[in-house]
Write a protein that binds this ligand. Structure first.
Ligand code: BTN
Length: 247
């Protein structure tokens, strides 16, 4: 892959792997040995043998098909607000997909969907004084394992054409830089409003772990999801595993 991103700070140093266990793991290992680093270093692989998703799930990462990358950022916000960072990144992935096709949506906490099937995921991890933002974006994948078939999709399945992965990557890096800079300058509030608009989460019904049907209301400062019960008491959800959407 030849890369010349039109960015100010993101992706000027790129470590490329033909095959590796996980770009997030590689980025974290690198951070352990390089505590003084410039933000924006990127780790990209053509294939991951131990690609990781959230909640210790596996991220299916076949060779030369999709994008698997990890971006190094610095801690530029207070620790309890670190989960906020995935929201500007989600907006960048959203716009990258939207450039190719309509029907893109966002699902809390940080899934990107096309016509309700997951096309991309984000995994934020902390290591020493650095942050690793892992992004998996299904670009040209045509087949998914049985258990993912009804849940996952790719840009290629949706657009019915093969895409140039380098072009998609350039767009993704440019948009990630734009949205992350915007977040640093303007804070979480405007990002949150934009994200809520695209996720259409406000007013949605969902079942939470207690079995109760609740109405989704808003995002809290730490990225958690605020819901309201029938009796108007409010609560917060911290993990996508705690919720089942109903509408
Ligand atoms: C999710 O569960 O939705 C998050 C998936 C994140 C996958 C990406 S692929 C690049 C990076 N390396 C990994 O092992 N995981 C992330």
């Amino acid at each position: 892959m030849k890369l010349t991103p039109r960015t100010k700070w993101l992706g000027h140093e790129i470590f490329f792997f033909k095959s590796t266990n996980s770009t997030n793991t590689q980025a974290k290992e690198w951070l352990k040995k390089n505590p003084h680093f410039e933000k924006g270093i990127v780790f990209i692989a053509d294939e991951q043998t131990e690609g990781r998703g959230r909640y210790k799930r596996t991220w299916f990462s076949p060779p030369e098909t999709n994008l698997y990358l990890s971006i190094l950022l610095k801690e530029e916000t207070i620790p309890q607000n670190l989960p906020q960072i995935t929201f500007p990144i989600s907006l960048a992935v959203y716009e990258t997909c939207q450039k190719e096709i309509d029907g893109v949506g966002l699902k809390w906490p940080n899934d990107v969907l096309i016509h309700n099937k997951k096309v991309a995921g984000i995994l934020l991890e902390r290591e020493k004084n650095g942050l690793v933002v892992g992004i998996g974006l299904n670009v040209n994948q045509k087949e998914f394992p049985k258990d993912l078939k009804t849940l996952a999709t790719s840009l290629s399945l949706q657009t019915k054409k093969d895409l140039n992965r380098e072009n998609v990557l350039h767009t993704l890096l440019e948009k990630t830089e734009q949205w992350y800079d915007y977040y640093l300058k303007n804070g979480f509030q405007p990002i949150k409003e934009l994200w809520l608009g695209k996720s259409l989460i406000k007013g949605k019904k969902a079942r939470i772990q207690s079995g109760e049907i609740v109405t989704l209301i808003d995002l809290y400062e730490d990225g958690s999801l605020i819901y309201e019960e029938k009796n108007k008491t409010r609560g917060r959800l911290f993990s996508g595993d705690e919720i089942c959407y109903l509408s």
